[in-house]
Ligand binder design. Structure first.
Ligand SMILES: Cc1cc2nc3c(=O)[nH]c(=O)nc-3n(C[C@H](O)[C@H](O)[C@H](O)COP(=O)(O)OP(=O)(O)OC[C@H]3O[C@@H](n4cnc5c(N)ncnc54)[C@H](O)[C@@H]3O)c2cc1C
Length: 872
């Protein structure tokens, strides 16, 4: 029973206790230790009859961790690191359970844990500012803070197989394995499922059973764990400096120290790739394969090289070709469902008494008294093992009937996916925390590292509230919406959302399909949580005797891949271009361009020259595949009239060529400061005239010519349209202006807000203008097209602007001015993007949707309605 009136305040009407924590696994135990140490009366409620959580329940044969035990262990108590020595690289379930028991004993935790008790309901009492929890024992517990440390993988998924309760033989669930020993000797055994638990248990069950039949719906990627004694190298690295080792884990992507890959899989030869994969395969390290190259998690082609490598391994192990093929995953990318490591999993299918039933070909119809009926046959078994997984991440939380402010039920609020802030809290539910909740790295990381970080954050928050005399905390709706957006934005630049995985809620019928964990990494996430605090608990509202306070806002507004690129630029120490000589700035942009992904294949690329306004101009023509003639898009590159050339936006031109189905002609122009205003635009106009006149010879469709340009190239494109109108031709079917320069006024709000920190700076823009045009010339429409007296009768336009671009407002102003002048002009603002996002093909993947819209706009200009042959 919970002892009453243990509150730190002890005031009348006060809660029974300050904090109730649900769950006594890794999370609940550490939370109890930490809060107790900080002087918060705390009670843990646990439905099991002892500590351990995952490691209490999952006692199936072969159960062990798949993150190395040195990493998968607490760091908060350095003594533990010497007094506890792991006997294996990947400890077994009994050993991990002993470890957690040892921690509980050492810190006398059990005295504050109420075992064999389930929390069934929780209701926020706004009048008293406390939670009223109800347990299955009928108790009501009133607490100020309510923490669900209830586990991401603790609620078994409800069985959705007909007849499951009809089976008269022995039925076992890997996630609720009996505490007595189970002996399958001489028995006919079925295992349903081929996820992590099945992959661990199948080889061991096969050793005992007379017959083993594995029912597989989705094959999984797995590779040898190479288990054995703790690796000497790992131990040495740890022992050399345990604190530094732990810190490296905290500041890593997945909570285990490792080298970060720098190279793309498709950048190296097939032999080099294979060598890396072999090394990762042989390492037995779960995270090694994903860490071979930078693009495994995002690029389908790169990922497929890993998939095929692993399929090759399966085919080489499993002797029966049909079984091997059935075991080869083909409907999801590597890593998008939790990969596994195993001991003799695939080898087990070579044993004469083991068979595989591929449920995609022969689905289960029903479970019968004697066994399992599939569509084509009946099986009889003595025992069935259900390894059917969990209602992951949200299941255990919403299994409790949680009611927040104004009677809102959490299950209802989260019906379309969990709406939360940082995976820690959800608005409308004051003083309610989730440890490793949805929206945090959790299951994508070494969970002990993530658990410790959450526990430390929550503990520090409670201390802050106590010091500031604050009674309640809850996230603001703004912060919450912003974080959910950020979590989705991050998932969307990876391959994760393409799989029907439990990360997506896809294993549970009726569950919302939303990517649940945060894929940005433990390190980035930790920094974010720390930044939230350092910005006055940004996005949280507090109330209490200390006063009401709220520093509202969104913690991450730039697109995640934009942030990654900006971080890389900073890390590499790339100098600001405007601090360099023109010559060195040009050289630097060439070096940087060499490192980028090449963009898609096109039908043909031709380099040639055409007559410009004052001499020949180099151009590069990109021809789509398929029979011509094609429409033509004349493209003007970026580079502030100073930098770049016909090939400087090569990947973007390829991308546009494929998306638009048009010939792209990327034309060079004379550059400043050697050739100042109006050389660039005169060249641009000369090029358009020449290309229009020679369209047929170039393979183009006469009369179907559009212009497109990025940045200063957008300026040239816009000006060329005005010049063509005034000159009476050539006819331009449409203009796409991508984050264009349209005006020389550098005082707009976007210059102030985005003038620094987003690639293109206000200072660099000034540098470009200074090289290009004298102050008086800048104001002429030929330099600042927004200043033209007449903007009517111009070609239809698509103007793309980026939220974090100094040029944003002048682009938006041009789109508005065109529309006001009666031009068919559309403005496409890109949320979270920066000036260089659009041309960064296969780098800023979040801009792919905008690139697709450009393709569609160009097709529309040409009267084509067929979709582009490219994935967005
Ligand atoms: C088989 C298996 C292997 C795993 N291996 C790894 C690994 O190698 N590395 C890794 O990082 N992660 C692994 N995980 C994930 C694992 O769940 C976490 O690492 C970690 O153990 C979670 O600890 P926790 O305290 O957050 O939750 P849990 O250990 O799940 O504990 C939650 C506890 O809350 C209790 N509870 C839930 N709801 C209620 C309620 N309403 N009332 C009372 N009690 C309740 C449950 O009974 C449970 O004991 C594995 C998971 C499984 C299932």
């Amino acid at each position: 029973m919970v002892t009453r009136n243990e509150s730190a305040t002890g005031a009348p009407g006060a809660p029974d206790i300050d904090v109730v924590v649900v769950g006594a696994g890794f999370a609940g135990l550490y939370l109890l230790y930490r809060l107790r140490g900080l002087g918060f009366p705390t009670k843990v409620i646990e439905s099991a009859d002892d500590v351990g959580g995952t490691w209490y329940w999952n006692r199936y044969p072969g159960a062990r961790c798949d993150i190395e035990s040195i990493d998968y262990s607490y760091s908060f108590d350095p003594e533990l690191e010497t007094e506890w020595q792991w006997s294996e690289r990947y400890a077994t379930q009994p050993e991990i359970l002993r470890y957690l028991g040892h921690v509980a004993d050492k810190h006398a935790l059990r005295r504050d844990i109420e075992f064999s008790t389930r929390v069934e309901a929780a209701r926020w009492d706004g009048g008293a500012s406390l939670w009223r929890l109800r347990t299955d024992r009928g108790d009501e517990i009133r607490c100020r803070f309510y923490v669900m440390a209830s586990g991401c993988l603790s609620l078994p998924k409800a069985l959705d197989i007909e007849g499951a309760d009809r089976f008269a033989g022995e039925a076992y669930y890997t996630s609720r394995w009996p505490h007595r020993s189970v002996d399958f000797s001489g028995k006919r055994v079925a295992v349903i499922g081929t996820g992590s638990s099945a992959i661990q248990s199948i080889p061991i069950i096969a050793q005992q059973a007379a017959e083993l039949t594995v029912f597989q719906r989705t094959p999984n990627f797995s590779r040898p764990a190479k288990n054995g004694p703790v690796s000497a190298a790992k131990k040495a690295a740890f022992d050399a400096n345990p604190r530094a080792y732990r810190e490296a884990a905290r500041m890593s992507g997945a909570g285990v120290p490792r080298e970060v890959p720098m190279v793309r899989a498709l950048q190296v030869s097939a032999a080099e790739r294979l060598a890396k994969y072999e090394e990762a395969y042989e390492s037995g390290d779960l995270l090694a394969l994903s860490g071979t190259f930078t693009d495994i998690g995002a690029n389908p082609e790169a990922n497929e090289t890993v998939c095929e490598f692993l399929r090759g391994k399966i085919r080489s192990i499993v002797r029966d070709p049909e079984t091997a093929e059935a075991l080869c995953p083909k409907n999801h990318f590597y890593g998008t469902k939790r990969p596994c490591i195993d001991t003799n999993y695939f080898e087990t299918f070579n044993l004469p008494h083991v068979r595989l039933v591929d449920l995609r070909k022969d689905p289960i119809r029903t479970i019968t008294e004697k066994g399992i009926d599939t569509a084509s046959r009946s099986f009889e078994f003595d025992a069935i093992v259900f390894a059917t997984g969990f209602d992951a991440m949200t299941g255990a939380i919403v299994a409790v009937d949680i009611e927040g402010r104004d009677g809102v039920a959490l299950a209802r609020k989260w019906a379309d996916g969990p709406k939360q802030y940082l995976g820690l809290m959800t608005s409308g539910f004051p003083n309610f925390f989730t440890i490793t909740g949805p929206g945090s790295p959790s299951v994508l990381s070494n969970m002990v590292v993530s658990i410790e970080q959450h526990v430390d954050w929550v503990s520090a928050c409670l201390v802050h509230m106590r010091e500031q005399h604050l009674t309640t905390i809850e996230p603001t709706p703004t912060a919450e919406v912003g974080w959910v957006q950020h979590v989705n934005d991050f998932a969307d630049i990876t391959l994760f959302p393409r799989a029907n995985s439990w990360y997506m809620g896809a294993n549970v019928p009726g569950k919302a399909r939303v990517f649940l964990p945060y894929v940005g990494g433990v390190d980035r996430y930790r920094k974010t949580c720390a930044e939230v605090v350092s910005r006055g608990y940004l996005g949280f509202a507090f109330d209490g005797p200390g006063g009401a306070r709220c520093s509202d806002g969104v913690i991450r507004r730039v697109q995640p891949d934009v942030a990654i690129v900006l971080e890389a630029i900073e890390e590499l120490g790339v100098p600001a271009l405007d601090t360099l000589s023109v010559e060195n700035a040009r050289a630097l942009t060439v070096v940087m361009a060499a490192e980028r992904p090449p963009g898609p294949q096109v039908g043909e690329v031709v380099d040639a020259a055409l007559p410009g306004a004052a001499g020949p101009l180099a151009y590069r023509l990109y021809r789509p595949t398929g029979a011509g003639p094609h429409p033509i898009v004349v493209y003007f590159h970026g580079g502030g009239w100073v930098l770049g050339g016909r090939d400087s936006d090569d990947p973007f031109c390829r991308d546009l060529c494929v998306r638009s189905g048009a010939i792209l002609v990327s034309v060079d122009s004379r550059h400043a400061p050697e050739s100042r205003f109006p050389a660039a635009v005169d060249d641009g106009f000369a090029a358009v005239r020449w290309i229009a006149a020679h369209a047929e010879a170039l393979g183009g469709r006469p009369g179907q010519l559009a212009v497109c340009g990025w940045s200063a190239g957008g300026n040239i494109a816009a000006v060329v349209c005005q010049l063509a109108r005034d000159a009476g031709g050539p006819r331009i079917a449409g203009q796409v202006l991508v984050t264009p320069v349209t005006d020389c006024d550098l005082t707009r709000e976007s210059y102030v807000a985005n003038g620094e920190g987003y690639g293109l700076t206000a200072s660099l823009t000034r540098w470009f203008w200074d090289h290009y045009a004298d102050p008086a010339d800048r104001r002429r429409p030929k330099a600042s097209p927004l200043r033209a007296a007449d903007l009517s009768n111009l070609p239809p336009a698509l103007v793309v602007t980026c939220e974090f671009d100094p040029l944003r407002d002048e682009g938006a102003a041009y789109a508005a001015a065109l529309a006001a002048a009666g031009v068919d002009a559309r403005h496409l603002p890109c949320r979270g993007q920066m000036h260089t996002s659009l041309p960064s093909v296969d780098v800023i993947r979040s801009a792919a949707a905008a690139r697709a819209e450009i393709g569609t706009a160009l097709r529309r200009f040409f009267g084509v309605s067929t979709p582009a042959a490219i994935e967005s």
